[in-house]
Ligand binder design. Structure first.
Ligand code: ZN
Length: 179
């Protein structure tokens, strides 16, 4: 890896992602319940059921809720996480620090794909809580493990397995119904 480009100079050096053990079901954050509700809404709309919520970690204010809109928008990049990041940045507006979501936390029902993981790094989100693992399409614990790459300049704290059972059931039911 060469020296970082100048626009990256003010960024902290690459950090290794910290994985945290799953929390007991009783402490599943209420925000994941909102992400699961978004995922259910996605399934109703014929979208792969993935939902995301972004919360200001200090105030606990929900900045954005989104679900997959790939089919609805005819946009292959309209993943729940990307839509939530855009909406949260817009909601922060003037208060966004360097267009980043520093201090904000993402709750998403499925392990983020490589595209969304990179977007999470760009947004400098503080924590990522996710539900089901995605061995085939995930980019955090699987595939390219984006946060561990030298090209990645921000690694959030990672909390897998939050609301995992509900998230996996939504996905399983959706694909079963489509066969
Ligand atoms: Zn994605």
């Amino acid at each position: 890896m060469g020296p970082p480009p100048s626009r990256m100079m003010d960024h902290a050096p690459t950090t290794q992602p910290q994985f945290h053990p799953p929390m007991p079901a009783a402490t599943t954050p209420r925000f994941m319940d909102q992400a699961l509700a978004e995922a259910a809404a996605a399934a109703q709309a014929g979208e792969v059921p993935v939902g995301a919520v972004i919360v200001d970690g200090t105030s606990g204010r929900v900045l954005a809720r989104a679900h997959n809109r790939v089919e609805t928008d005819r946009d292959p990049t309209a993943h729940a996480e990307l839509l939530a990041i855009r909406a949260a940045a817009a909601a922060l507006g003037e208060n966004a620090r360097g267009k980043a979501l520093t201090g904000c936390d993402l709750y998403v029902t499925l392990e983020p794909c490589p595209m969304c993981a990179q977007a999470i790094a760009f947004a400098r989100l503080r924590r990522v809580y996710w539900g089901a693992d995605d061995p085939k399409g995930g980019g955090v614990e699987h595939g390219p493990r984006i946060f561990e790459q030298p090209s990645c300049h921000h690694a959030p704290e990672l909390y897998p397995g939050i609301g995992e059972r509900q998230a996996a059931t939504l996905l399983k039911d959706f694909f079963k119904a489509r066969r």
